[in-house]
Design a protein. Structure first.
Length: 260
């Protein structure tokens, strides 16, 4: 399923791929000696088969690249069940486009992501900067640059989501010493967490205005009450913030009961 997030991820991945693959209108052999054409397209990715054609136009190559990226994204979705933001997904699309889904699925990169240890992913990516030449592994400057770019993109969180995550982590890490100080929503970090989530939901909601509009239409049909998109989005945001407040309250209540 293609969503606004996956579309954005594919656009970012395409930018990296065009930079590092480059356009070649005639068939050539890449660093691994594999027949390639266009923007890094090989027979492994499907038609057109570089073994059967000699040239391709830039316009045709753009269409093939879009199709290849979408195919890689679907392959990743089947192998990785861990939620990724658009930056992380774009970086992994570029990585898999380069090494193939088979090798990627067995790699330390995928194992690290499955463990949720995202901070270790750049180090794992950096190891994939070599090719085999005369039976020996040889680092390539281009691959090193590409892995660095992918690692930087992977660790680049959307700013609003990053704000919420930092506030939440801080709230988890710094637990007040006394029960009085631990009281629920009086905690500044709790407020920051809830506020960060509210801001994030606002941005996400407005990115998905068609969804909000559909919900508003259903409310109008069933109740006869008409809401503007802005009010509808506000209702959803208030519900999300209320839910976040309940989670924080419930967690702190349990902490008080357990004396943690």
């Amino acid at each position: 399923m293609n969503t606004p997030k996956t579309q954005q991820a594919e656009m970012m991945a395409k930018k990296i791929l065009k930079e590092f693959e480059g356009f070649r209108g005639k068939v050539y052999r890449d660093s691994a000696k594999i027949p390639t054409i266009g923007y890094g397209h090989t027979a492994y990715a499907g038609d057109p088969n570089p073994n059967k054609i000699k040239t391709i136009t830039r316009k045709e190559a753009e269409k093939v690249l879009d199709r290849d990226i979408a195919n890689v994204r679907r392959q990743i979705a089947k192998k990785l069940k861990v939620p990724l933001n658009e930056h992380q997904l774009a970086a992994i699309i570029s990585f898999v486009f380069n090494v193939g889904i088979g090798a990627a699925n067995k790699s330390g990169v995928f194992r690290t992501i499955r463990r949720g240890d995202f901070e270790a992913v750049p180090n794992r990516l950096a190891r994939w900067n070599k090719i085999t030449e005369n039976g020996k592994l040889k680092p390539l400057r281009g691959l090193t640059r590409r892995r660095t770019k992918e690692a930087e993109l992977f660790m680049r969180s959307p700013p609003l989501a990053s704000t919420f995550r930092r506030a939440y982590i801080e709230e988890q890490r710094v637990m007040p010493a006394s029960p009085h100080e631990r009281r629920g929503l009086k905690s500044n970090t709790n407020k920051a967490a809830i506020g960060g989530l509210g801001i994030t939901v606002i941005s996400t909601t407005y990115e998905k205005i068609p969804v909000v509009s559909n919900a508003i239409d259903r409310i109008k049909t069933s109740t006869g009450f008409e809401l503007s998109p802005e009010i509808g989005a506000g209702v959803i945001v208030l519900a999300a913030v209320g839910f976040a407040a309940f989670i924080v309250y419930d967690r702190n209540k349990k902490a008080l009961e357990e004396g943690v």
